[in-house]
Design a binder for this molecule. Sequence first.
Ligand SMILES: [Zn+2]
Length: 200
Amino acid sequence: MRSIAPLLVLFLLHLCYRPVYSQKIFDVHLHGSKDPAGQLQQLGRAHVYKAALSTSWDQQVTYNDPKVKLLYGLMLPCPNGKVPYSLQPCYSNGAAWPGLAWTEAQIKAGKIDFIGEVLTQYFGIYPGDSSMLPYYALAVKYRLPVGIHTGGAGPNHGAPNFNLKLGNPLFVEPLIYRFPGLKYGSCMRETNITKRLLRS
Ligand SMILES: [Zn+2]
């Protein structure tokens, strides 16, 4: 009978040098879906271990998954009180802005991990509009990151005051000087439009 030792050695070598696929992904900007459970399953299959979620306040609580760690955002200001595209109310009272005292209470309760998606462009105001400043101040106070939408938008967003010109990322620059501790990230869409805006 022939020895199987050489085959065994080859098999063990194969195990030792087999490439291990261990890429882990942090999805830094996740919009809500009509099917949160299905969306989370899809993320798990794509090796997403963490995701920063931006959707209506009520929908956020329906997101829960043992495999994907979720970071919960605070969406504001909401055009006509609604989340663009899905047009569900951002807040159950239909308001465009969350109250400041309420916001701070939610931060203290650990229910807000970041301020975003900031929808100033959809709302028709600059990211540095005076109405936004108290929220940035809260972000700095509690060391929360801020994600601001810049760039373009898709069709049927349902925001009547959306203004493409307000999506120039350079409009964020004064905020960085005004709030030196601000941890800022851009929820950017369509790099070609952004390039055009930067040149304009
Ligand atoms: Zn977005």
